[in-house]
Design a protein around this ligand. Sequence first.
Ligand code: PA5
Length: 426
Amino acid sequence: MNVDFGNALASEAVTGVSEGSLERLDDRVRRAHDRIESGIGDREFGYASLALPEDTDPGAIRSALEGFDPEAVLTVGIGGSALGAETITAALGRSEHYSLDNVDPERTRELLEKLPLESTLLNVVSRSGTTAETLANFLVVRKAMAEAGVEWTDRTVVTTGDSGPLRALADEHDLPVCPVPDGVPGRFSALSAVGLVPAAALGCDIEALLAGGAVGQAALAPSLFECPAYAYGAVAYALETRGATTNAFVPYAEALEPLAEWFAQLWAESLGKDGLGQTPVRALGATDQHSQLQLYRAGRKDKLVTLLRPREREDEPIPETDIESLSYLGGSTLGGLLDAEFEATEASLAAAGQANVRLEVDRLDAESVGRLLYELEAACVLVGELAGVEAFTQPAVEWGKRAARGLLGGGDFEEATAVEEKTVRR
Ligand code: PA5
């Protein structure tokens, strides 16, 4: 990933950071890097995520998928057990990957009616094996398969931990199981079986995805001026301390729209603690130039706008026209227009003193995507270190999961009692 933070400097932006303070911050980046490296080396909880390019065995994923040649893949998972997989297949143009990461009955029914269940691979993912939404969806899909005369046990692969109800069910029916890696929270698990199974099943080069991650790992260095991941993380952190409490993440490629969602989870769930954390906002260029850009340019200067694009795209020419007022479009390309929109937005934000950072990848291929995911994760871990927050836990998310299970009668959880008390009071 290439990072250009020129428009986030104090000389350019209202909440910008001076070069001098970035140089001073670099001392802390060096110490954070040492901490991260030792955490990776010892495979400590959370830091182990940044060792996935070495630790994930693509052969094990391929052997769990032996015998499957699906027309479509349906992932049943939620949060970190779905977004990485959705991000990777979308970025690599695999539109045959669908996912159920919500329990909306209408959407579920609609999807099950549309999918060719007899040639769909059901990919059930849950680290804990206890998440209510995932297990409920699994039961619904399993029934739909059975009703369509499809032997669901022949078409299901599971990714889960060593224990829990999902593991028990997989063992009972002798389903192929991919293990979840130790010490890796869901949102950091894209470069493991959690994120790679659908990509592998749909013919993506998962070895190249991991090789890209390895390039990102090799690029970690003890200075923000030498390491793109840390440059982005350090600048985002410095801007947050200067009032940029929102991070609007705007890819200029539809294939990267799920990445904005993945990024939002990564940033929010990892850094939203102790009264700190930038609020991530998902947007899409150029579409959201016609909605949100007004706010980003002229609203409160409490934001970092992150603009992301691939440098090369498969392009589509815009036909010539004899309508004179449209002649400026003819002979150009849709990609050329999108790039012009990107650059115009960047310049327009800079002219208004709105801090923005440009991220670029060479193209949307497996290696670049693997590297991008890795480097955004490393940026997030760095922000956690600089801010002194525990990036690898998600107590608020776990609270909600226990409350929901308790309310449904799935166990005796004090969180559910707390919800009931609040409800009664109202
Ligand atoms: O990042 C996380 O830890 C969460 O978003 C989880 O991935 C999500 O809650 C799903 O959990 P599980 O994989 O246990 O079903």
